[in-house]
Design a protein around this ligand. Structure first.
Ligand SMILES: NC(=O)C1=CN([C@@H]2O[C@H](COP(=O)(O)OP(=O)(O)OC[C@H]3O[C@@H](n4cnc5c(N)ncnc54)[C@H](O)[C@@H]3O)[C@@H](O)[C@H]2O)C=CC1
Ligand SMILES: O=C(O)[C@H]1O[C@H](OP(=O)(O)OP(=O)(O)OC[C@H]2O[C@@H](n3ccc(=O)[nH]c3=O)[C@H](O)[C@@H]2O)[C@H](O)[C@@H](O)[C@@H]1O
Length: 428
């Protein structure tokens, strides 16, 4: 099958590599010329485990271009452009709009247009109408909603071993499903076939539910703290019940990344646009927004004279195994902590600090430089590297003794046995 992917970001590049691996001819188009140049020079602009290798293994079936005309030689088009938030929380659909306008003047043979970008209910219907208004006849296209559920850091495996394939179709569309089934023929996953709006809602409800689980366990962690209870025991205890499930109950700094914060906000706006008061979605965000304060207060209580201190913050990315810092809780923490005036040594194995930080924040090249002379260490992203630290060695390099585990990922006993003070939330 010949497939064109529009948008060479995290989702577009992973989709391109996986579909090429499944044997399809894939052309990836992006308006960012610099990105395309890098890709054509065998440089992958993002860090995603296994992606570089998969792209190189399949290079005979993969092309990268900034030309829409080149891309339009394919009959299947998958839209993977970004859908960020406006300041009021609603979804900025300008990239989607511009793709539809670019496509409309170039469709001269039948195309299946598949939307993988996360878009609010009603968007795919709007795309269909827009193409008609632009004069594209109905027999030349179909619009399909096929939301993506991959996670950064395990994107390839998530796509190859998807737990479901969600397909939203327009009423009466009997051409698209066989196309989608042929495209994913080597992926063994159940199909959920629904309407366009239905597929869009599944994506938002899924992200909102996962965000809700995180805020729930973070609120429980605060209560655990007050009673000297270990929240990990609680997560394990409730997670054994299959009706609750053990996933996404890791307490910590809160959820971040390019999707949960924007998608929960967008769903809140969608509800309000139909005069529905989204109480639960608001509460989920309220807990998440105040989660950084909980840890800053802990540090303030542990370290007297915080403005005169040096704090090593380990982790900048929004989660481990990625270089992505979009809406990263670790960066939010660094920004808020820097306002106290203390010196911050930030370190991350892959991610780079954004350049809007204060002069009292420096990114170190190595973890040892970060720890050297620190009065306290804060683990802000749960990279395995931080969980495997030799705490006896760490103690020798530090000036102080406090370790704030803001991801609930360290072994308390091990740290305390080395003479360090462990601080956690909901850690008993
Ligand atoms: N990042 C993730 O883990 C996931 C993201 N999603 C959704 O997928 C969509 C894409 O997300 P990411 O890949 O993270 O975004 P991204 O920002 O990494 O990539 C988007 C790409 O689209 C390109 N682009 C924008 N307008 C274009 C146009 N008119 N023509 C050609 N290229 C254009 C940009 O230059 C950029 O390279 C979003 O809607 C997101 O919510 C869904 C599941 C997972
Ligand atoms: O729509 C999207 O973009 C994607 O959003 C999330 O994937 P992702 O953002 O890559 O990462 P997650 O692993 O879900 O983590 C999101 C945030 O929640 C935090 N988190 C996650 C799990 C947990 O138990 N506790 C917790 O605090 C992480 O540290 C991170 O900041 C979803 O898991 C994907 O299914 C979805 O496709």
């Amino acid at each position: 099958m010949n497939i064109c992917i529009i948008g060479a970001g995290y989702v577009g590049l992973t989709t391109a590599a996986v579909l090429a691996e499944l044997g399809h001819e894939v052309c990836c188009v992006d308006q960012n010329k610099q990105k395309i140049e890098q890709l054509n020079n065998k440089h992958i602009p993002i860090y995603e485990p296994g992606l570089q290798e998969l792209i190189h293994q399949n290079e005979q079936r993969l092309t990268f271009t900034d030309s829409f005309d080149e891309a339009m030689k394919n009959s299947v088009i998958i839209i993977c452009v970004g859908t960020p938030s406006w300041a009021d929380g609603s979804t900025d659909l300008r990239y989607i709009q511009s793709v539809i306008d670019d496509l409309s003047s170039r469709i001269d043979s039948y195309k299946t247009i598949i939307t993988k970008s996360t878009v609010p209910p009603g968007t795919n219907e709007w795309m269909y109408t827009r193409l008609l208004e632009k004069g594209v006849p109905t027999h030349l296209f179909d619009i399909v909603a096929n939301p993506e559920f991959l996670r950064e850091g395990s994107a390839i495996s998530d796509m190859l071993h998807a737990d479901k394939i969600v397909v939203g179709l327009r009423h009466g569309d009997n051409r698209s499903l066989p196309v989608i089934q042929a495209m994913y023929s080597n992926i063994d996953a159940p199909y959920i076939v629904t309407s366009l709006n239905g597929a869009e809602m599944i994506k938002y409800a899924s992200n909102a539910f996962l965000a809700m689980k995180i805020s729930f366990i973070n609120e429980i962690a605060r209560i655990c703290d007050a009673f000297g209870v270990n929240v990990n025991d609680v997560a394990k205890g409730i997670g054994c019940d299959p009706r609750i499930g053990s996933h996404f109950l890791q307490a910590g700094l809160g959820y971040g990344g390019s999707c949960f914060p924007k998608d929960v906000k967008s769903l809140e706006r969608t509800a309000r646009s139909r005069h529905i008061e989204p109480h639960l979605l608001q509460a989920v965000q309220l807990v998440n927004d105040s989660q950084i304060d909980v840890y800053i207060h802990k540090l303030q209580r542990a370290l007297d004279d915080l403005p005169q201190r040096t704090v090593a913050v380990l982790g900048i990315a929004f989660k481990p195994n990625t270089d992505d810092t979009r809406d990263s809780p670790a960066e939010r923490f660094i920004r808020q902590l820097s306002q106290t005036g203390c010196l911050i040594h930030a370190y991350d194995p892959k991610a780079t600090l954004s350049n809007d930080h204060r002069p009292n924040v420096v990114q170190t090249k190595t973890i040892h430089e970060a720890i050297d002379g620190a009065d306290a260490i804060v683990v802000a992203t749960d990279w395995t590297e931080f969980q495997q630290l030799d705490w006896a060695e760490v103690k020798k390099q530090m000036n102080g003794t406090f370790v704030l585990d803001a991801r609930n990922c360290l072994k308390r006993k091990e740290i305390e046995q080395c003479g360090l003070h462990y601080i956690g939330v909901g850690s008993g």
